[in-house]
Design a protein around this ligand. Sequence first.
Ligand SMILES: [Mg+2]
Length: 390
Amino acid sequence: MKYKILAADDSNICLKVIKEIFNLVGDNYELIFAHDGKEAVEKAIEQLPDLILMDIIMPEMNGVRAIKELRNNRITGDIPIIVLSATESLESAFEAGANDFITKPFKHYELLMRARQALSMVEKINTIKSQRDLIAQQKKDIIDDIRYSKRIQSAILPTHEKIKNHIKDYFLLDLPKNIVSGDFYWVGSKGGKTVIAVADCTGHGISGAFMTMAGTAYLNEIVNKYEFEHASDILFHLRNHVINLLQQKGEEGETTDGMDIALLLIDEASGQVQYAGANNPVYLVKNNEIAEYKADRMPIGIHIHFNKPFTDQVLDISPGDILYMFTDGYADQFGGPQGKKFRYKNFRELLINIHQKPFADQQQILDQTMKVWKGKEEQVDDILVMGIKF
Ligand SMILES: [Mg+2]
């Protein structure tokens, strides 16, 4: 690599000496000359040297002013400057931003060594900068890729029109931690029965999103192909599919990946609503009171009880009641004055307080409350809350 060195000095003799010194050590250096501070600034901006050697006492513009101007310019601000001076103005040169100095008269190896030292620093900085740029580019590529994945993930979620076909009124608060989500919702129907599910897959980001694709595809398949009377039947099939997919055999050391889910089975004719849950409960608000329907303490995936059937519960629902389905992200978010979890108790209180408001308002309040609670804390998990009115 050839280095460009700008030497600024009003003495032609001095410039000649500098030229000879660098010529002696080969053609690694390209020298540019300036005879005063003004010319030095102009040439530095124009040619962007790797190193500047700057005399202090010069006509037109002295070295100190030239250094100030160079430092204040974005494109020359980082170029190392070695001051060459016989005077005592070194202090002001340093304050202006000079990096090093050599007192005149200098020995030729002294100049060479100082120049080499400065240039090796430049080389190290350039390496770091190019690594930084590479990492920034890689990060951009990864994020672009995840954003594209988000489009696919959004495309497989049930559309508003589809949900509206089955549910009179609803809202969704969907706040992924990292663009794509490990949480998903699913709505479908067959033979006068509607199925609604809210699920939380292990992990978040890309790994969680992979599982949501499988979960969605399996729910489509199960509800279309299988006969089912109970909400638990669907969870039973879903668990078998996930265990098969992940080739889980219950052996030590294998992955315990899977999902937690709350699932409703609504009989359209009778209006009966069944619920079955894998780790994820639901809340029902009626007459200003909130009731929790607890889930079975086992996941959709391998577990010591993976042969045990899930439990069905018939929800005590009257027209106007509101059911909330959710993942653990909301209650588990750290924040508040003490940096603690939001907790289910606060979540339930919030829901009771807002349950009579229109759904659009409820969604807004839940969103805003979480933003305030989270403050500067990082979001720990994907957040999904669904409200349904019967
Ligand atoms: Mg979660």
